[in-house]
Design a protein around this ligand. Structure first.
Ligand code: NA7
Length: 549
């Protein structure tokens, strides 16, 4: 317990405490673990969640085919060995319903729900330096104060429907993958448009094609996709994994992506013959999975010529799968190095374009101008009629959810204003000028470039250790020092600039949102090195952070 006046409202309802030790924003995988971990320190915690239930990403993204692109034995919490031993994943990659079931199991197993307020969006957060308190305000008018605030609001949690003229005139139904109706959508017998071919579109398109009468896919940028090779989890493989679970989790901490089991490459692509490269890529293609493919050689994400060999391998696969050569050429990405946009994993994505109820439209050459009553209009022609439009158009990634909250210290500038030219953080964990506010997997941390749950656990553990340190030493405030933050931002940029990532117009750089500043947001220096830096900062008495009594 921190030494601030603790007063609990007496109206007896669950979730009416006005003051607690820590406020957590978001009840996805990040917020739930933060609640569990901070509660373990003896702190009183309140979690606010905008959704009508817990789960975050896995609550909202219910579109057909929604599935994690990291294998389920990896994409799960490691903090409880009993939990990871007990839980049985049915498939190699978890589906959205399965992951949501897991999250609910975790919430029940660790008795998390009693401190979570659902259906409540945090609108504002104000810090009073003198009192040392954050006060948050919700869309239901509730105000709650706490010395610490943990933002677990997610990296891909602000869905974005492009600002197309005329959407309000559309007489059919429209959906966004990240706001999919809870009850699901039956496209049987319908003429459907899907706009967007990122991970969500690539996962959804084969299922919609199989159900709908006709499907028209509107593609602005072709994306690279690899076969997932999903399958029921082999019991022998599961047993072997579980026997070594704890060792594998420890090993994952020493990898760049936070995932164990992929031996680090030892050679650069240019060091080997073309035949050897083809054999290696072929083996990875057959094995399935994106990390293992990008991990074929040491230099695929730093050397354009090496990357070209992998990109061309996939383009040739697309040309071999898709029977119509013009469609195949449209689907074969040529404008960015492979892996510099999120590499998609699919089940029968390219094969879907061989169906005679599926058409592909290039809206790079001929952009969408307007949604009409019955369909849509590009510069050159009209498409439709459609019964439904599914927007798989992505998110205001990494900063969207934080920028939507009016976060400020007293009457100072809002975080959104401070970040007008792009987010600036120290280690992705804290922002100079915003004391006692932590971000879980914030911009400037490895976050989306790693196994997210491992990144969440690492951040939360660091925050929990930090709070213990403050309490043990009588400190009440911690704040990122501006110089340390500038040095970290410089480092994040230098690392990104030494790779091929900035060559792509991706949500990693904010390029998918008109007007958003172009800044490479995740840290791509690798999880292992990043964790060492965080640990060293803590071991040196939170070097780069000002602690105040
Ligand atoms: P993404 O990866 O951001 O994909 C969004 C897609 O929508 C992408 O193909 C965009 O084309 C397209 N898009 C966006 N705006 C438009 C407009 N105005 N016109 C046409 N097409 C448009 O989002 P996802 O939901 O698929 O995936 C997000 C992450 O979730 C994913 O990376 C995984 O980590 C999980 P663009 O490429 O911008 O030209």
């Amino acid at each position: 317990m921190f030494d601030t006046a603790t007063e609990t409202a007496a109206d007896g309802q669950a979730g009416t405490q006005r003051h607690c030790d820590a406020i957590v924003v978001g009840a996805g995988l990040g917020g739930l673990y933060a609640l569990h971990r901070l509660r373990g320190l003896g702190l009183s915690v309140r979690v606010f969640e905008a959704g009508s239930d817990i789960g975050g990403t896995w609550f909202w993204n219910r579109y057909p085919g929604a599935r994690c692109d990291v294998e389920s034995m990896e994409y799960s919490y490691s903090f409880s060995n009993d939990l990871q031993q007990d839980w049985k994943w049915p498939e190699r990659y978890g589906t959205q319903p399965e992951i949501l079931r897991y999250i609910n199991h975790v919430a029940d197993r660790f008795d998390l729900r009693r401190d979570i307020t659902l259906n409540t969006r945090v609108r504002a957060a104000r810090f009073d330096r003198e009192a040392g308190l954050w006060t948050i305000e919700t869309d239901r008018g509730e105000r709650v104060s706490a010395p610490f605030c943990v933002m677990a609001s997610g990296n891909l949690s602000t869905p974005r429907v492009p600002d197309f003229k005329g959407l309000e005139n559309f007489r059919g139904k429209w959906y966004h993958t990240g706001l999919w109706p809870q009850e699901g959508v039956d496209f049987t017998g319908q003429r459907v448009a899907v706009i967007g071919t990122g991970s969500s579109g690539v996962q959804m398109i084969p299922l919609v094609a199989a159900q709908a009468d006709q499907l028209t896919v509107f593609q602005r940028t072709a994306n690279f996709s690899l076969p997932a090779r999903n399958a029921p989890l082999d019991p022998a493989r599961e047993r072997a994994h579980k026997e070594q679970y704890e060792a594998r989790r420890r090993a994952a901490l020493d990898t760049p992506f936070g995932i164990a089991g992929h031996p680090a490459p030892t050679k650069a692509a240019w060091e080997v013959s073309e035949e050897e490269r083809e054999r290696a890529f072929e083996a990875k293609w057959a094995e399935g999975g994106s990390i293992s493919f990008l991990y074929s050689y040491t230099d695929l994400l730093v050397n354009k010529e090496s990357n070209d060999t992998a990109a061309e391998f996939v383009r040739q696969k697309i040309r071999a799968i898709v029977r119509n050569p013009a469609t195949a050429e449209l689907l074969a990405p040529k404008d960015h190095p492979i892996g510099t946009k999120r590499l998609c994993l699919d089940t029968n994505y390219y094969e879907t374009y061989n169906r005679n109820n599926v058409a592909l439209v290039d809206v790079r050459a001929d952009p969408i101008q307007e949604i009409t009553a019955t369909g849509l209009r590009t510069r050159d022609r009209e498409y439709g009629p459609f019964d439904a439009i599914a927007f798989a158009t992505g998110f205001d990634a990494m900063t969207g959810a934080l920028r939507e909250i009016d976060i400020r210290v007293a009457d100072g500038p809002a975080l959104a204003e401070e970040w007008e030219a792009g987010p600036r953080t120290n280690l992705g964990l804290m922002v100079a000028g915003f004391p006692n506010m932590f971000i879980i997997t914030g911009p400037g941390s490895p976050s989306v470039k790693t196994q997210m749950i491992l990144a969440i656990e690492q951040h939360t553990d660091w925050i929990a250790d930090c709070l213990s340190h403050l309490r043990a030493n009588g400190y009440r405030q911690i704040e990122a020092e501006p110089a340390a933050q500038e040095a970290w931002v410089r480092h994040v940029n230098e690392v990104a600039d030494s790779t091929l990532y900035p060559l792509a117009n991706s949500w990693y750089t904010g390029a998918n949102i008109p007007g958003k500043p172009r800044v490479f947001m995740p840290y791509v220096g690798g999880f292992a090195g990043y964790k060492k830096t965080c640990d060293a900062v803590a071991a040196n008495g939170y070097e780069g952070f000002a602690l105040r009594r």
